[in-house]
Design a protein around this ligand. Structure first.
Ligand SMILES: Cc1cc2nc3c(=O)[nH]c(=O)nc-3n(C[C@H](O)[C@H](O)[C@H](O)COP(=O)(O)O)c2cc1C
Length: 169
């Protein structure tokens, strides 16, 4: 695996956050020279965390928090000697409704990444300034599939992280 490797990882029970993760990967794939690994957090090894130049982490919103699985995943990251320092970090979330947790969860994950000394990158668009988020259960967005407007934000996030990895590494 190359120095420009990006780990895209997520927790997803009903597939929405996974769809966003796939769109993030699509964005990374647009950047020539950036490689990615895309997998659920349950399948990620410590070696993969240490080896990645960037980690793009996704969580559903559960009661205005990241899911317990994502929290446990972050808590499992190696800390001694701060081996994640200066890796690039970025986040994406899906939540059922507007302003009932999604931004709080983005910042919660960002805060944890910053404890590890990671360099935080937002998305391509202003509307994804803190990362990419999708509303999956309210009003016209309560569809089976994650709507294109949100997938675009995720794609832009992946693209931007890909570009930053090429710049930094
Ligand atoms: C236990 C539980 C708690 C939830 N709490 C919230 C919440 O506080 N705010 C919100 O916007 N959505 C909430 N949701 C909705 C999910 O965040 C939303 O359906 C999400 O897109 C699911 O992602 P997934 O398909 O990747 O599992 C909750 C869902 C569950 C199952």
């Amino acid at each position: 695996q190359s120095e420009r490797n990006i780990l895209i990882t997520y927790h997803s029970e009903s597939g929405k956050t996974q769809a966003m993760a796939e769109a993030v990967a699509k964005g990374v794939a647009e950047v020539k020279g950036a490689d990615f690994v895309l997998k659920p957090i349950a399948e990620v090894s410590e070696h993969e965390i240490l080896q990645a130049s960037a980690i793009i982490l996704g969580s559903p919103v559960y009661n205005a928090n990241m899911t317990p699985e994502v929290q446990a995943f972050i808590n499992s990251w190696p800390f001694e000697g701060r081996p994640l320092k200066n890796k690039i970090g970025a986040v994406f979330v899906t939540g059922g409704g507007f302003s009932i947790g999604e931004e709080a969860v983005m910042f919660s994950m960002i805060r944890s990444m910053m404890i590890h000394g990671m360099i935080i990158v937002g998305g391509e668009e202003l509307e994804a300034a803190f990362g990419a988020s999708a509303i999956t259960g309210e009003g016209e967005f309560a569809e089976k599939e994650v709507q294109e407007i949100f997938l675009k934000k995720a794609e832009g996030l992946g693209k931007r992280v890909g570009e930053m990895v090429l710049k930094f590494y």
